[in-house]
Design a protein around this ligand. Structure first.
Ligand code: 5GP
Length: 176
């Protein structure tokens, strides 16, 4: 049974400031290169939107959606596309924009798929990294916040499709 008490982990201002810093790093990295910004739906939509507004290298933009079946406790089940990329990514520099990397199963799957399509380079920007739970060898190139174990909602992230609209990143308190 979930108790739906939530507490703020990072305020809207803290998120905005960190995204500005991340965007500066990304702009420096991709200056003069053909960049594809790839949003992983649904959780990254708010982060993606705020980040993309600060990217100055005129990226192409596309969206993917993935689903995971198997273990409901984490996403280590079988992963597949429910929405694939629509633009061509061959010989382009692709930056995957994700909400949170946990075990790494989702990013491991996506990166394997994208690499097989002949990208020039592939990097990951994640708003949050739960590095201590990593079970797959996934490296996050641009990290917003390193977060501990715990369930985060808000700023695009949901619990049962709710709380995505919150402007802050919040920790959901779980009780039996
Ligand atoms: P991974 O495949 O790395 O284990 O999990 C990545 C996905 O699991 C994320 O894209 C996200 O959808 C979900 N996820 C992992 N941790 C959290 C969390 O704390 N809160 C929410 N709302 N989703 C999470």
């Amino acid at each position: 049974m979930w108790n739906r008490g939530i507490s703020v982990l990072y305020s809207a201002k803290e998120i905005e400031d960190r995204i500005r810093e991340m965007a500066a790093e990304i702009n420096a990295m991709y200056a003069g290169k053909p960049l594809v910004l790839l949003c992983v739906l649904k959780g990254a939509f708010m982060f993606f939107s705020d980040l993309a507004k600060r990217i100055t290298v005129h990226p192409e933009i596309d969206f993917v959606r993935l689903s995971s079946y198997g273990n409901c406790d984490n996403s280590s089940g079988v992963i597949s596309f429910t929405k694939d990329i629509e633009i061509t990514i061959i010989n382009k520099h692709v930056l995957v924009v994700e909400d949170i990397v946990d075990t790494g199963a989702t990013m491991d799957f996506l990166c394997r798929q994208l690499k097989a399509r002949g990208v020039a380079s592939l990097r990951i920007a994640a708003l949050m990294d739960k590095k201590e739970r990593r079970a797959f060898p996934v490296k996050v190139d641009f990290v917003g916040f390193k977060v501990p174990c715990g369930f985060v909602v808000g700023y695009g992230l949901d619990y049962a499709e709710k709380y995505r609209e919150l402007p802050e990143l919040c920790l959901m308190n779980v009780r039996d």
